[in-house]
Design a protein around this ligand. Structure first.
Ligand code: HEC
Length: 106
C-alpha cells in the first residue's frame, strides 16, 4: 500500500515536471516585467488575472484587440476575477509587441 502510494506520487511528480512551461522570449519578458504584467499574469497558470493561454483559449483575440484591452480592460469578460486597471502608461509599440506574443499562444 505504502509502495503504491509512493509510486503514484512519483508519477504525478514526473507528470508535473514534464508539463512544459511556456518559454517567454527575452525581449517579451523584459516588456512584461517592465510593465508589471507578470505581477498578475503567468502564461500557463492563473495568478491575479487569467493565464494568457486561458485568455487565448476562451477569447481568441487579435493583437489589436488585446492592445485595446490593455488600455481599456473589460472586467465583465472575466467574472470571478478582480477588475484589471486600465494601463494607459504602456507605450503603444510595447503593448503591440506583448499583444502579438499573447495572441500567438496556444
Ligand atoms: C494588478 C494586476 C494586473 C496587471 C498589472 C495586469 N493585469 Fe491583465 N488582467 C488582470 C485581471 C484581474 C484580469 C481579468 C479581469 C479583467 O479583465 O478586468 C486581466 C485580464 C487581462 C486580459 C484579458 C482581457 C479580456 O477582457 O479578455 C489580458 C489580455 C491582459 N489582462 C493582459 C495584460 C497585460 C499585457 C498586462 C501588462 C501591460 C496586464 N494584463 C497587467 C490583472 C492584471
Amino acid at each position: 500500500m505504502k509502495k503504491s502510494l509512493l509510486s503514484i506520487a512519483l508519477v504525478l511528480g514526473l507528470m508535473t515536471a514534464a508539463k512544459a512551461q511556456t518559454k517567454i522570449p527575452p525581449d517579451i519578458q523584459k516588456l512584461l516585467t517592465k510593465n508589471t504584467c507578470l505581477a498578475c499574469h503567468n502564461p500557463d497558470t492563473k495568478l491575479v488575472g487569467p493565464a494568457y493561454k486561458e485568455v487565448m483559449k476562451q477569447k481568441k483575440y487579435t493583437p489589436k484587440q488585446i492592445v485595446e484591452l490593455i488600455y481599456k480592460p473589460k472586467p465583465s469578460n472575466w467574472p470571478g476575477y478582480p477588475p484589471m486597471a486600465a494601463m494607459s502608461q504602456v507605450p503603444k509599440d510595447e503593448a503591440l509587441k506583448m499583444a502579438t506574443w499573447i495572441a500567438g499562444l496556444k
